[in-house]
Design a protein around this ligand. Sequence first.
Ligand SMILES: [Zn+2]
Ligand SMILES: [Zn+2]
Length: 219
Amino acid sequence: MISSLKCNCKLATYITLILLTANNVFTRTNYAANTDMKKIFCIIPMGHIDNDILQHTQMELEKRFNVAVEIGRQLEEPTYAYHKHKKQYHSTRILKKIHNLRLAGYDRILALVDVDLYIPERTFVFGGADVNKKVSVISLTRLRQEFYALPDDPALFKYRTIIEAVHELGHTYGLYHCKNNKCVMFLSNTIGDTDHKGAELCSNCEKIMERKKDILKRE
Ligand SMILES: [Zn+2]
Ligand SMILES: [Zn+2]
């Protein structure tokens, strides 16, 4: 009996290791675990976007949505969306343009721009998404501390990028704005809101996301 326990010791350690690894797949930050086949997202840089931020976003989205993320070819700055009086870019026009590219083979598209975005109803937006077309865009401009005349903080900049990327991609899964100001789907009116809410879904949105995924899978 004792010897058999001894023998099983290594096996137990091995099983624990496997369980730990498996557990990792279902961490709270993994919004889209349990999918049968990996979906593919595409990140499109519009204008010059640093490689560092592209790769960080790619890695984080792969982990958080349990998908493969490819970085697409860089497109030109969206001059077609520019409003000369506002000196900003209309996010809806950018979404249309991305959709019209008809990129095949991707489940969702996220464009990264480094210009300030607006929609007619708001003075600015951090990003935008089209739920039916499954395309989204985020702007890096207001995510840097320098925009608020504060010292540079690269780690915070990267984290804010993930928050806004997850928020817009969340919309493409059919999630609406959430009243919980600690949920990533809360509508940020200020960068303070973004910092406060963080990149995680609240338990309610997480449940909705799971249901949406089931619907999407059946389609
Ligand atoms: Zn939103
Ligand atoms: Zn929520």
